[in-house]
Design a protein around this ligand. Structure first.
Ligand code: 8YV
Length: 313
């Protein structure tokens, strides 16, 4: 796909996967650029946008766009595009994989076996928590939340959800039950965050909330790290106020090996790979490229965040 862009445009790519693009390089490239292709760990600030005098589009390779100052982009007439839909099922798969792995201690068991520690049978060897027929509480019932709920239905789970708006189709078709945040927190065996990061959702999972969860509850987060207060989560896990956590996302990414949450045996940690299947990542790049091509040739983008720009242009 990028090759396709190269046919028509002069493409500058930061190739290193180990080192993030240095700010001076980024700013000097953005100064000349018509389009910017970003990922969730790239902060697109008003300051960065202000140097992009030719900038017409920021194509974010993600459905979430909390890394971008959308208000500033809109004010400057710059389109912000994301990649919804294409990643829904893949992210729901990973969410469920993380839920199962955390509940059944799959990663720990793999390490145990590979380290040659399996020397005898014992009845409670790596005994975990059941998933089937337990209660799952989904916070944020967007498309990915619904896809997670469909998987939960297959496991015979009781499905609770909390969302800004009711989802009658999910209630009718999947049997998900709407409830208040407090009631979901108190009843769920698995509390799953699928909420986007906004001013309202930042640290919605705080010390008080973790205290209200069951002591056997498992917290799963594949949305954005900052919806949870990591200090409070650490305390809750360490004090066994909750039983475990499966985390694909962190407040500041990437994390380093000395991150406190990594010291806990009851944490399964992943490097933000929710949408990372080959097919889906190819699909996401394709949408970004298509959006850039369309905008630079004066056409409507496929997926636009700041749709108000279409009314004013
Ligand atoms: C990102 C994500 O796409 O879509 C999102 O919002 O968090 C992920 O799927 C991925 O981290 C690349 O930016």
């Amino acid at each position: 796909c990028i090759a396709e862009l190269k046919e028509t445009f002069n493409v500058k790519m930061w190739e290193s996967e180990e080192i993030a693009v240095p700010q001076d390089v980024l700013f000097s490239e953005v100064e000349k650029a018509d389009a910017l292709l970003t990922v969730v760990s790239d902060p697109v600030t008003d300051e960065l946008l202000s140097v992009g005098r030719n900038l017409k589009v920021v194509a974010n390779m993600a459905v979430g766009y909390d890394n971008i100052d959308v208000e500033a982009a809109t004010r400057r007439g710059i389109y912000v595009c994301n990649t919804p839909d294409v990643l829904t099922e893949t992210t729901a798969d990973l969410t469920f994989a993380l839920l199962l792995a955390t509940a059944r201690r799959v990663v720990e068991a793999d390490q145990f076996t590979k380290e040659g520690k399996w020397q005898s049978w014992s009845p409670f060897l790596l005994a975990g928590h059941d998933v089937h027929h337990k209660t799952i509480g989904i916070c944020g019932m967007g498309k990915i939340g619904e896809a997670v709920a469909r998987r939960a239905k297959g496991f015979g789970m009781e499905i609770l959800y909390h969302n800004r708006t009711r989802k009658p189709e999910a209630e009718k078709e999947i049997g998900a039950k709407y409830c208040s945040f407090d009631s979901l927190i108190g009843q769920s065996d698995f509390v799953v965050s699928m909420a986007p990061l906004t001013n309202e959702t930042r640290h919605m999972f705080n010390a008080e909330v973790f205290q209200k969860m069951k002591s056997t509850a498992i917290f799963i987060n594949t949305s954005r790290g900052a919806v949870a207060d990591e200090g409070a989560l650490y305390e809750a896990l360490e004090q066994k106020e909750i039983a475990g956590a499966g985390l694909d996302v962190f407040e500041v990414e990437p994390i380093t090996a000395d991150h406190p949450l990594l010291k806990l045996q009851n944490v399964t940690a992943l490097p933000h790979i929710g949408s990372s299947s080959i097919d889906t990542r190819m699909g996401m790049i394709h949408i970004c490229v298509e959006n850039i091509k369309r905008i630079l040739s004066g056409e409507r983008p496929k997926t636009l965040v700041n749709t108000s720009l279409l009314e004013t242009k």
